[in-house]
Ligand binder design. Structure first.
Ligand code: GAL
Length: 409
């Protein structure tokens, strides 16, 4: 009887002229082990509908993928869906009217009541209209520490950034690189902002990155931040890798003591079957100032003139914010879910730390939400130059930073 009923209902749907199945090409830059495991959860869920996920992974992280994605959309060769960081990266695409308006779905499904913190949805909203579905909170300010490396050096695992810096000579004595760092420019900018919020504090971080206050950028407090950053760059000698996940692998294998990096590093530890609290330690806010900057990833849907594609885009938007998909994806990604009404009992030690900080409201905007892509690119270039050229002084890099902030938008 059940088979007959399901046959009849399926026939009824077809008869009603339901939109036919579509293939969506999805571009993203999740190509490391942990990232691939996470995005596979999205693909699996979408393939369980009548539609098909055509994976368009672009290797090389955001700095490489974003220009490719943006030029395709502007050039009239849009993909069906794409990952970007929510915030100002897609601002020009949305203003050009190239992106699907998701407001009716967001209102019908109550996204403003679901998304937590709601600033994530604000980062998808322009002139009151919603153009992306946030899929995670990824926070950059974590220090990842290898238990193996510190055991090798005969030193306790540090409980904060300052203890880490003090332990560095012992790590070097046993041939361990104290601080792993990849060569992509955004990684050195990430480390700078993390040290700013840890060493300079929340108020300083907000005044510089949200208020774009050049006077504060020139202050004595910021000089202390640049001095700490100077110390950090001297700890990465020997970290001869390019991609962020290669740097994470140095920590996983005990070749490096630690890495300042986002929560997505956790996906790599999970793929390596390492256990938080046993094989590695994660310190949010570098163990000094436990805050989370609520940057994150979101999915955008370039306008397509095919109604089947648009229907599939709308279905994908709903799917990615659904409870079960949020749990499956974020547990593999190492990021935090964008909704507070789900069961994360399977969360590990690090995710639990992040969830508590979120629940306590210790959240900050990420520079991806407060600075234009152009301003961020200038800062990334400056920080990479400073990190790699030890002849550049603290005074020089701070003066150049002040100039950038003076014209930041
Ligand atoms: C984030 C992404 C991370 C990592 C990072 C580096 O947007 O969620 O997994 O790829 O960018 O580009």
């Amino acid at each position: 009887m059940k088979a007959l009923k399901s046959f009849v209902s399926a026939a009824a749907i077809c008869a009603a002229g339901a939109v036919s199945a579509a293939e969506l090409e999805v571009t993203h830059w999740w190509t490391s082990g942990g990232e691939a495991a996470a995005v596979a959860e999205f693909a699996k869920a979408f393939d369980a509908t009548e539609h098909t996920w055509v994976d368009g992974a672009i290797a090389g992280s955001g700095g490489v993928a974003r220009p490719i994605i943006i030029s395709r959309i502007i050039g009239g060769e849009p993909m069906g869906a794409t990952q970007l960081n929510h915030g100002r990266q897609a601002e020009e695409l949305v203003e050009a009217g190239l992106m699907l308006d998701l407001t009716d779905i967001a209102e019908a499904e109550g996204w403003r009541d679901i998304v937590n913190p709601v600033r994530l949805l604000d980062a998808c909203t322009l002139d009151g209209r919603v153009y992306c579905v946030p899929v995670n909170i990824h926070s950059p300010q974590w220090l990842w520490l290898s238990h193996e490396a510190f055991a090798k050096a005969g030193v306790d695992v540090p409980s904060d950034w300052f203890e880490f810096v003090d332990a560095a000579p012992k790590l070097k004595e046993v041939g361990v690189v104290p601080l792993a760092m990849g060569q992509q420019a955004w990684q050195t900018e990430l480390a700078f902002n993390a040290i700013m919020v840890a060493v300079g504090g929340t108020e300083l971080y907000l005044d510089v990155l949200s208020n774009k206050n050049a006077d504060t950028a020139a202050s004595a407090e910021m000089t202390k931040v640049f001095e700490a950053y100077d110390a950090a760059r001297r700890l990465s000698e020997g970290s001869n890798v390019n991609d962020w996940n290669q740097a994470t692998n140095l920590v996983i294998t005990g070749q490096a003591g630690g890495q300042i990096h986002g929560d997505w590093a956790q996906g790599e530890f999970q793929v390596a079957e390492q256990v938080a609290g046993e094989d590695y330690t994660c310190l949010p806010g570098l163990g000094v100032n436990e805050v989370i900057a609520t940057g994150g990833d979101a999915f955008y849907f370039p306008l397509n003139d095919d109604p089947d594609i648009e229907e599939a885009q709308r279905e994908m938007a709903s799917l990615l914010i659904s409870k079960e998909v949020q749990v499956a994806f974020n547990l593999k990604k190492g990021s935090l879910p964008i909704r507070g009404d789900i069961d994360l009992s399977a969360a590990n030690d690090c995710m639990k730390k992040g969830l508590k900080i979120l629940a306590d409201g210790n959240v900050l905007p990420d520079s991806v939400n407060t600075l234009s892509a152009d301003t961020r690119n200038q800062i990334e270039s400056l920080m990479t130059e400073f990190w790699n050229d030890k002849s550049v002084t603290v005074e020089a890099v701070q003066a150049a930073y002040v100039d950038i902030m003076a014209s930041a938008d």
